[in-house]
Design a protein. Structure first.
Ligand SMILES: *Cc1c(COP(=O)(O)O)cnc(C)c1O
Length: 236
């Protein structure tokens, strides 16, 4: 099988899983956007994915993302993809991430707003922003995110920042936890943010291992890497 065929098979299997999960949840699959996570995989894979109709691509590490997005622009100058940044975001990198990201899923600090806003204004675009919520039942932050009760205040600050559009929430189920319960907590925060702004209805939740639980709990964006691209070549 060529690499393109491997990716096509991974995409088809993932779309099938999304379809089944939506049917079981009584939801329309058109409500769920598949965001393909390409971290650790080369720009040539991204070009195959674009050719296979993928429009939403995600990266989680700034240095890798800045190089890959530039290479994809070079290899496929007319591509119509959108880049999502889903990784831990440091304030000294936020302006640079805002230079190529169309959507930032990992907003978890006030300090990120000013540099992201400046980057959006410099590009003349609106950057879509999701508030990352820490879904650990114990208040120890392992994988980033604000505590659920602090999400509303951060969301209000996004609403009053030029260049940024509040789109909703993002969460990662804690390791070893009940994913469905975790995504249920995310759904509660989502309902409150939708009350602040009707554009804030996106729920980014679910990965290769738990996308069914996320869709059951209302995910509008699933972030899938290894189920499509294979196991990552190496971990850091
Ligand atoms: C890597 C990553 C994913 C994708 O994980 P898979 O298990 O490979 O699907 C999703 N979300 C975040 C935040 C990630 O870092």
């Amino acid at each position: 099988m060529s690499r393109r065929e491997e990716l096509a098979a991974g995409l088809a299997a993932t779309r099938e899983r999304i379809g089944v999960a939506c049917a079981e949840a009584g939801r329309d699959p058109a409500e769920v956007t598949l965001v393909v996570v390409t971290k650790f995989f080369p720009a040539t894979d991204v070009v195959h994915l674009l050719g296979l109709g993928v429009r939403d691509l995600a990266e989680s590490r700034h240095q890798e993302a800045v190089e890959k997005t530039a290479e994809v622009r070079r290899l496929a100058p007319s591509h119509q993809g959108r880049w999502h940044f889903i990784g831990n975001l440091q304030s000294n990198k936020a302006a640079a991430v805002g230079g190529y990201a169309d959507v930032v899923h990992s907003l978890d600090r006030l300090k990120l707003l000013a540099p992201l806003s400046r980057a959006a204004l410099a590009r003349g675009v609106m950057i879509d922003v999701l508030v990352q919520v820490d879904l650990d039942p114990e208040p120890i932050t392992g994988r980033g995110g604000v505590r659920p009760e602090a999400a509303d205040e951060l969301a209000r600050q996004v609403l009053s920042t030029t260049g940024l559009r509040l789109r909703g929430v993002m969460g990662v189920a804690p390791l070893g936890a009940d994913a469905e319960a975790a995504f249920g907590r995310l759904a509660e925060v989502s309902a409150r943010l939708r009350g602040l702004d009707r554009d804030a209805g996106w729920v980014s939740a679910g990965m290769s291992g738990d996308l069914e639980a996320a869709i059951k709990q209302g995910a509008t964006h699933v972030r899938v890497g290894s189920a499509i691209l294979g196991s990552r070549p190496y971990h850091r």
